[in-house]
Design a binder for this molecule. Structure first.
Ligand code: CTP
Ligand code: MG
Length: 380
């Protein structure tokens, strides 16, 4: 029997607010919807994943889901139940796991439990107990509710597609806060399995903040180092940390010879385990001739962000007898922070001479050494 996951993502996310609906916003560096789709597409028992999006959301959804096997997007409706029904009709048969895009982190074990339970039932849903006291009230507390036996019902919810379509036709959509209520209203049997706190729906800002910190706590710190040298040649100014610093002599290089940006780029690539600057931007490739090095740095940052990493800090020491770096330090920090999308206090620039010793001491060139601290998911 074919198992499909149906992810409904056609909501407006009004309770959370923001410029775009919550399912398209990044959490832990990855769009909520992409997390949800990856969790389903990566499960060995799931054959197909289909996604329901609202009118006008196709373009953003396609971009954010690039590379994932989701087939054609399905058009959603005004209510969640309309969106689910459109999806069910498109899938038509087999087993379906109906899932909210707003629950991005689905543990594979929950899916295993649901599919096992469905063998002996018309439906299976993940549930958690209610821990808080429940009561009616509006400003002041009214009658308490006996919470004994009460459950919180999550998604994904597993059914046979034909049963669920039948239940919707039988019970109508008015009964639907989710599919389990529709199944019950149509007199069908729904079994419960253990849910998971990771399946908590992102509804309010407090939910979002909690999810952000869970994701952040799973990331591990990584460090990378970078080193670069360019020799003086020709006339200044020189590019140093993304800004033009006036100097009598220039620096020789295939690109703009910005030692600071090159060292930081290599430190970031190193932290992410992604090779070095020469591998990504070979000097033999004419397109990088005279290139502005902020391209290299922003590409390194993009590679980290594509892997859902976060840059915490970069630190660079410029080794030069001349020119003096001090007067330009703030401008350099600001420029690097702007390229990397960091705050200025996440960028450190230091400088030293070598007391007249060595090639920098002899004023033959400038060296830079950098360290980058990032965080990534353990398997990234
Ligand atoms: N959903 C849907 N079609 C709708 C309404 C909701 O596909 N017409 C989806 C949402 O995108 C979400 C899930 O159903 O993944 C659960 O809904 P909810 O958390 O209520 O999301 P929103 O409706 O987007 O949020 P809000 O109610 O705050 O506007
Ligand atoms: Mg809603």
């Amino acid at each position: 029997m074919t198992v499909s996951a149906l992810i409904v993502a056609a909501g407006k996310g009004e309770r959370l607010g923001g410029d775009v609906p919550k399912q398209y916003r990044p959490i832990g560096g990855k769009p909520v919807l992409r997390w949800a789709v990856e969790a389903m597409a990566g499960h060995r028992s799931i054959d197909h994943v289909r996604v329901v999006v609202g009118a006008g959301q196709e373009a953003i959804a396609k971009t954010l889901l690039e590379g994932l096997p989701i087939g054609e997007l399905i058009r959603g409706g005004a209510e969640r139940s309309d969106s689910v029904l459109n999806g069910l009709r498109a899938i038509a048969e087999g087993t379906v796991l109906v899932h909210d895009a707003a629950r991005p982190f689905c543990p594979p074990a929950v899916i295993d439990r649901l599919l096992t339970a469905l063998k002996d039932s018309d439906g299976a849903v993940p549930v958690l107990p209610v821990a808080d006291t429940l009561a009616f009230g509006d400003g002041t507390l009214d009658a308490p509710v006996d919470r004994k036996g009460l459950l919180r019902v999550q998604t994904p919810q597993a059914f046979h597609v034909e049963d669920l379509i039948y239940a919707y036709e039988e019970a109508g959509r008015a009964a639907a806060t989710d599919e389990s209520t529709v199944m019950l209203a149509a007199g069908l049997k729904v079994t419960t399995v253990e849910g998971d706190p990771m399946l908590e729906k992102l509804t309010t800002q407090a939910d979002w903040n909690r999810a952000e910190s869970i994701i952040a706590s799973r990331m591990v710190p990584r460090t990378g180092m970078g080193f670069d040298v360019h020799g003086f040649a020709g006339e200044g100014p020189i590019m140093l940390g993304g800004i033009a610093v006036p100097h009598s002599r220039g620096l020789a290089g295939h690109s703009d010879a910005d030692v600071v940006l090159h060292a930081i780029t290599d430190a970031l690539l190193g932290a992410a385990g992604l090779g070095d600057i020469g591998e990504h931007f070979p000097p033999s490739d004419p397109q990088w001739k005279g290139a502005s090095s902020d391209l290299f740095l922003s590409r390194a940052a993009a590679l980290i962000s594509e892997r859902n990493g976060t840059i915490d800090h970069v630190d660079c020491t410029i080794v030069a007898q001349e020119p003096k770096v001090g007067p330009h330090r703030s401008a350099i920090r600001e420029r690097i922070a702007a390229i990397l999308g960091l705050r200025i206090n996440q960028v450190s620039i230091k400088a030293t001479t070598t007391e007249g010793l060595g090639f920098t001491g002899r004023r033959e060139g400038i060296a830079a050494q950098a360290v980058a601290s990032i965080r990534m998911m353990p398997n990234a």
